[in-house]
Design a protein around this ligand. Structure first.
Ligand SMILES: C=C(CC[C@@H](C)[C@H]1CC[C@H]2C3=CC[C@H]4[C@H](C)[C@@H](O)CC[C@]4(C)[C@H]3CC[C@]12C)C(C)C
Ligand SMILES: C[S@@+](CC[C@H](N)C(=O)[O-])C[C@H]1O[C@@H](n2cnc3c(N)ncnc32)[C@H](O)[C@@H]1O
Length: 355
C-alpha cells in the first residue's frame, strides 16, 4: 500500500485522537484540558480514597454530626472537582441568568459586575471575595471596578490556579489570593471597603458564623453582598420529591444543609447587619440559569467517555470517573431544582455594617 495514504490516515486518526483527548469538552479556549485533570492537591494514587471518604460524609447531609469537620471535607471536594469545573465550565464557579444575545462568559461577567456595582466602591478601594474559587469573579470585578480584590479560599490548589490566572490576565497587581477559612479569617477588624461572596457561604455549617466574620472585617458603613443558595417559597418540606431534589443538590455540592430564603435576612440582622435589600435574581424577567446545565446528555456522555479513557490510560487519576459521575447526577438535581422553582443559586442579599 502506498505510504502516502497510510501517512494521511495516520495523521487523520492521530489528529482526531488528540482533539478527542486534549481539546474536546473544554469550556474555554485557553482553559483546563482533559489530559491535565488532577485531584488538585491530592496525590493521584489517593484520589479514589478521598472521593470515597467525601461521599460517605456528605451522602446523608442531614445527619452530619461533626459540623466542625465540614470545612475539611469541603476542601477535599474542591480538590476533587476544581479541574473538572475549569475544564467543563470555566473559571467562574457559579451560575448566571441566561441573557439573550449574550454568551455564557458575557452573562457570567455581567452577573459578577452587578455584585461589585452594588458595593458602591471606587478605584483603589480594598474589597474581599469570600470563597473566591480560581478567581473568575475576582478578575472581572477588579477589571470592572478598579478596586483591589483580596480573595480567600480554603483550597490551596485553587489559590495556585487563581494566582496563575491573575498573572496571565495581568491583574496580579489588583488581585491577591489567600488560603484560609472564611469562618476564621486572617484579617484585622474593619479592614475592607466592601465584601462579596458568590455562591460560597452555602458551604458554611452555620451561616451566622461566616456572616459574623464578614461583619468583623468590614469597615463601618461599608456594604456586603452575597449570592446565596437557598430553597424558595415553592419548597415543601413534606414533599418527597422536593426532599429528594434538595438532598441530591446538597450531597453533590458539599453542602451541610441548604437554608430557606426567608432565614437569610434574619441571620444577617442577628450578627448586626442592616439589610438594604434582597432579591432572587433568578426570578423573571431573568431567564433560566439552568439552561447551560442542560448542555445535553450527549455532551455529558462525551465527557464521561473521555474521562473513562483517560482514567483507563492512567492519565487521569483513578477516582476521577466517580467524581465525574457524581457531578453528572448533581447536574440533574440542580436542573430539577430550577425547573420546579424550589431552589435558587442566586438569592441576592445586600447588607450594611452600621457606622
Ligand atoms: C456553586 C457551586 C458550584 C456551581 C457550579 C459551578 C457547578 C455545580 C454542578 C457542576 C457541574 C455539573 C456537571 C459537570 C459535567 C458532568 C462535566 O462533564 C463538566 C462540568 C460540569 C458541567 C460541572 C460544572 C460546574 C457545576 C455547574 C456549589 C458547589 C456550591
Ligand atoms: C462554588 S465555589 C465559588 C467560587 C467563586 N465565588 C466563583 O463564583 O467562582 C465556592 C468557593 O467557596 C470556597 N469555600 C467553601 N468553604 C470555605 C471556607 N470555609 N473557607 C474559605 N473558602 C471556602 C471554596 O473553596 C470555593 O472556592
Amino acid at each position: 500500500m502506498d505510504t502516502l495514504p497510510l501517512l494521511f490516515t495516520a495523521v487523520v486518526i492521530g489528529g482526531g485522537l488528540y482533539w478527542f483527548i486534549c481539546i474536546l469538552g473544554s469550556a474555554e479556549r485557553k482553559g483546563k484540558r482533559a489530559v491535565n485533570l488532577s485531584g488538585g492537591s491530592i496525590d493521584d494514587d489517593k484520589v479514589q480514597d478521598n472521593y470515597d471518604s467525601y461521599w460517605s460524609f456528605f451522602k446523608t447531609p442531614k445527619h452530619i454530626e461533626k459540623s466542625d469537620k465540614v470545612p475539611a471535607f469541603v476542601d477535599t471536594f474542591y480538590n476533587l472537582v476544581t479541574d473538572i469545573y475549569e475544564w467543563g465550565w470555566g473559571q467562574s464557579f457559579h451560575f448566571s441568568p441566561c441573557l439573550p444575545g449574550k454568551s455564557n462568559l458575557e452573562a457570567t461577567q455581567m452577573h459578577e459586575e452587578m455584585a461589585v456595582d452594588l458595593l458602591e466602591v471606587k478605584p483603589g478601594d480594598k474589597i474581599l471575595d469570600a470563597g473566591c474559587g480560581v478567581g473568575g469573579p475576582m478578575r472581572a470585578i477588579a477589571a470592572h471596578s478598579g478596586a483591589n480584590v483580596v480573595g480567600i479560599t480554603i483550597n490551596e490548589y485553587q489559590v495556585n490556579r487563581a494566582r496563575l490566572h491573575n498573572q496571565k490576565a495581568g491583574l496580579d497587581g489588583l488581585c491577591q489570593v489567600v488560603c484560609g477559612n472564611f469562618l476564621e479569617m486572617p484579617f484585622e477588624d474593619n479592614t475592607f471597603d466592601g465584601v462579596y461572596s458568590i455562591e460560597a457561604t452555602c458551604h458554611a455549617p452555620k451561616l451566622e458564623d461566616v456572616y459574623a466574620e464578614i461583619y468583623r472585617v468590614l469597615k463601618p458603613g461599608a456594604l456586603y453582598v452575597s449570592y446565596e443558595w437557598v430553597t424558595t417559597e415553592f419548597y415543601d418540606g413534606e414533599n418527597e420529591e422536593h426532599i429528594e431534589i434538595i438532598q441530591g443538590i446538597e450531597r453533590g455540592d458539599a453542602l451541610p444543609g441548604l437554608r430557606h430564603y426567608s432565614d437569610i435576612a434574619e441571620i444577617a440582622k442577628k450578627v448586626g447587619f442592616e439589610v438594604v435589600k434582597e432579591k432572587d435574581l433568578a426570578k423573571p424577567p431573568a431567564r433560566p440559569w439552568w439552561t447551560r446545565l442542560k448542555m445535553g446528555r450527549i455532551a455529558y456522555w462525551r465527557n464521561h467517555i473521555l474521562v473513562m479513557i483517560l482514567s483507563f490510560l492512567g492519565i487521569a487519576p483513578k477516582g476521577t470517573v466517580d467524581v465525574h459521575e457524581m457531578l453528572f447526577v448533581t447536574a440533574d438535581y440542580l436542573t430539577r431544582g430550577g425547573e420546579t422553582k424550589i431552589f435558587t443559586p442566586m438569592h441576592m442579599i445586600l447588607c450594611r455594617k452600621p457606622k
